[in-house]
Design a protein around this ligand. Structure first.
Ligand code: DAH
Length: 344
């Protein structure tokens, strides 16, 4: 028995010096000392060779040894970090706190677009959408801009190389045509979406931007309805502390046509760079739907009248938040983008 106990003591120092850097080392330790063919089992097997009167003491010493090895194994496991999983890779520690995800924020263009849309929804307007790749008919011809019409030059168009009939839509007025063609009257819609123009990129212009188009067609719709709807809109959008004016204008798809200006929110009408020292900033185009459009889309222009308007979301966002460079919207600089919240 003495010999056996010496053997065990010899193993103790070996075990004490065992170091586990990784989970696999701790596992190798377990197999070597605690496994079914490990050392602890082996010395336990010696029990049968020990004289009967010594069995009790030997049993106690063996038990101590086993506890010692088990304690060492626990120690090695925690030093190596994690328990090995079935595939040999360290198991993730599920009790660790997770990495916090940075909170995103809505893009200012989305915020303002949603706000514009919700103001009109409160007046009973529904949302309609259409494709960004349009045909000539919906983008131009049906809107009273036949081929060679000079108004086509007002918008520098991107053509799709596969077909001269396809363009990237230059305005969301194309969605008006699609809705009118459906023939379900009355129509009361707003059409938010992205539009494209072949413009040189600068602080004031970009090759893509966003618009919200509006259309109301029913019996007896008048210019007074148009004005009242748009007054309501600008007050909801910008508050009540400014002046509004309508200026006569020209669009091929409306007759009469107008543009709506508000007194400059930045200089309060006294003149600054933003309003080009006029005290006024243009915020949208509008007018009474031209009878040709109604007829182009199969609507009886003797029975029905309507108004339409179109506005740029970037422009309204720039005015609202006093942003001086349009390019900021598409540069994806998080320091810029995260400043905007859903507050009005
Ligand atoms: N489609 C015009 C543009 O992109 C905006 C516009 C003006 C739309 C007058 C309208 C309107 O519906 O009546 O510049």
């Amino acid at each position: 028995m003495e010999q056996l106990l010496q053997k065990i003591d010899g193993f103790k120092s070996e075990i004490n010096n065992f170091i586990a850097d990784k989970a696999e080392d701790a596992e190798a330790f377990r197999i070597k000392y605690l496994g079914t063919k490990g050392l602890v089992k082996e010395v336990m097997g010696e029990m049968k060779n020990v004289a009967a009167e010594q069995k009790r003491e030997f049993g106690q010493r063996l038990n101590e040894f086993k506890l010692f090895v088990e304690a060492k194994y626990e120690e090695l496991k925690s030093a190596a970090g994690t328990e090995p999983s079935e595939n040999g890779l360290p198991k993730p520690d599920l009790s660790l706190p997770g990495d916090p995800l940075p909170m995103g924020s809505r893009h200012p263009i989305s915020l303002v677009r949603n706000q514009i849309v919700s103001i009109f929804q409160r007046l009973g307007f529904a949302v309609a959408e259409g494709p960004e790749i349009e045909d000539d008919w919906h983008n131009f011809t049906a809107l009273n801009m036949p081929e060679n019409h000079t108004a086509r030059d007002m918008q520098d168009t991107f053509y799709i190389s596969q077909s001269p009939d396809w363009v990237l839509r230059t305005h969301t007025s194309s969605v008006q045509v699609r809705e009118m063609e459906k023939g379900k009257l009355p129509i009361r819609i707003v059409c938010p979406g992205r539009v494209y123009r072949n413009e040189t990129i600068s602080a004031r212009a970009h090759c893509f931007f966003h618009q919200v188009e509006g259309l109301y067609i029913a019996e007896n719709v008048s210019f007074a309805d148009l004005k009242q709807t748009l007054y309501f809109f600008v007050q909801e959008m910008f508050g009540k502390d400014f002046k509004v004016r309508f200026r006569p204008s020209y669009f091929p798809f409306t007759e009469p046509s107008a543009e709506m200006d508000i007194s400059c929110l930045i200089c309060d009408g006294s003149g600054c760079n933003v309003c080009k020292h006029t005290g006024w900033v243009e915020i949208l185009g509008c007018g009474m739907v031209h009878p040709n459009l109604l007829e182009n889309c199969g609507i009886d222009s003797k029975k029905y009248t309507g108004f339409a308007f179109g506005m740029g979301v970037e422009r309204i966002t720039m005015l609202k938040y006093q942003i001086k460079d349009l390019r900021l919207f598409s540069e994806n600089d998080v320091r810029f983008l995260k400043q905007f919240t859903a507050a009005t």
